[in-house]
Design a protein around this ligand. Structure first.
Ligand SMILES: CSC[C@H]1O[C@H](OP(=O)(O)O)[C@H](O)[C@@H]1O
Length: 317
């Protein structure tokens, strides 16, 4: 049975609380938009496409009881970087104003994302040869989307097409999306993988142990700059240094048509506590200041190709 991050059930949203994975599978039952906003803000659910889908259902729940503009603003204010959030909310507000069924609109957004992921898997797996060792960062799988995944969806598709691949999984501090979520997804499906600390990737590249890098995206600008989890830019520089192909996998709902340069993308900063501790385990002095920048910008010049459900973009051709 495929991994799912959420289910819409008639009048409420069931959400797998990703803060509890991989130790526990805890499902939250959300019945109003403020609970959905809280879940997004606290990263019970995360991942650009998943955030868009869940916000769409939050909009459905909210407008039953409150002014649509207020609902829109509450959900929009949750996290600033992932463009899918704004794309989905704008689409919901448009459907409402045009008198269309907003529940159907949210269901369409979810279905389109899943179908896009399967299509990107088909398109992107051409870049993975039998026997390849691929590196991925953060979590871009079923837990970050409506199912299957973007970069991890390409890896899934290559695996299920019979290609023997090995996945190196960056742990992705401080939320540990790789160590907790990507590893959990790969283990569930028997896809061979090895967890590494974020700082190991460069040395593996130097030793010739990485054949390609596949990452997701939270926002892609008109020139092809990519906002993604912190550490992505570093990986792109390392990949370029070692002549290793660097692929970004994202649906077209991630593309911001109003933004030219990555320099303009709003970058989320999160609490210092998330850097200094994990699940109540404090490993830094209380008085120490921490800087928690949650995303960075990879310039188009560092990207080999951007794989979308509508085809491949080569930003440097
Ligand atoms: C399918 S793209 C998911 C994208 O979102 C992640 O960020 P977060 O876990 O903070 O929501 C990361 O940037 C992934 O690449």
């Amino acid at each position: 049975m495929e991994v799912r991050a959420f289910y819409w059930e008639d009048d409420h949203l069931l959400l797998l609380d990703q803060r509890e994975l991989p130790q526990k599978e805890v499902w939250l039952e959300l019945r109003d938009h403020k609970a959905v906003a809280k879940a997004i803000k606290e990263m019970a659910v995360r991942g650009a496409p998943a955030i868009g889908c869940v916000a769409a259902y939050g909009f459905v729940l909210g407008v039953k009881k409150e002014d649509p503009q207020k609902v829109y603003e509450v959900l929009k204010s949750t996290r600033p970087t992932a463009y899918n959030l704004f794309w989905a909310l704008d689409r919901m507000m448009k459907a409402l104003k045009e008198g269309r069924d907003i529940t159907e609109e949210a269901i369409s957004i979810e279905r389109e994302d899943y179908e896009a992921n399967r299509r990107m898997g088909e398109i992107g797996s051409q870049f993975i040869d039998d026997g390849m060792r691929v590196l991925t960062h953060c979590n871009t799988g079923a837990l970050a989307t409506a199912g299957w995944g973007t970069a991890l969806g390409v890896i899934r598709s290559a695996h299920y097409s019979g290609k023997r691949i090995h996945v190196f999984v960056n742990e992705t501090r401080p939320y540990m999306q790789g160590a907790r979520l990507t590893a959990w997804e790969l283990l569930k499906e028997g896809i061979p993988h090895t967890l590494i600390t974020d700082m190991t990737a460069g040395f593996l590249m130097k030793k010739g142990l990485i054949d390609a890098v596949f990452v997701g995206a939270d926002r892609i600008t008109k020139r092809g700059d990519v906002a993604n989890k912190i550490g992505t830019y570093t990986l792109s520089v390392l990949a370029k240094t070692h002549n290793i192909p660097f692929y970004v996998v994202a649906p077209t709902s991630t593309f911001d048509p109003n933004m030219e340069s990555g320099e303009d993308v709003p970058i989320e900063e999160r609490s210092e506590e998330e850097v200094k501790s994990f699940k109540g385990c404090h490993f830094s002095p209380k008085e120490t200041k921490a800087l928690h920048i949650a995303f960075d910008i990879t310039p188009a010049e560092n990207i080999t190709a951007i794989i979308t459900e509508k085809g491949i973009i080569y930003p440097n051709r």
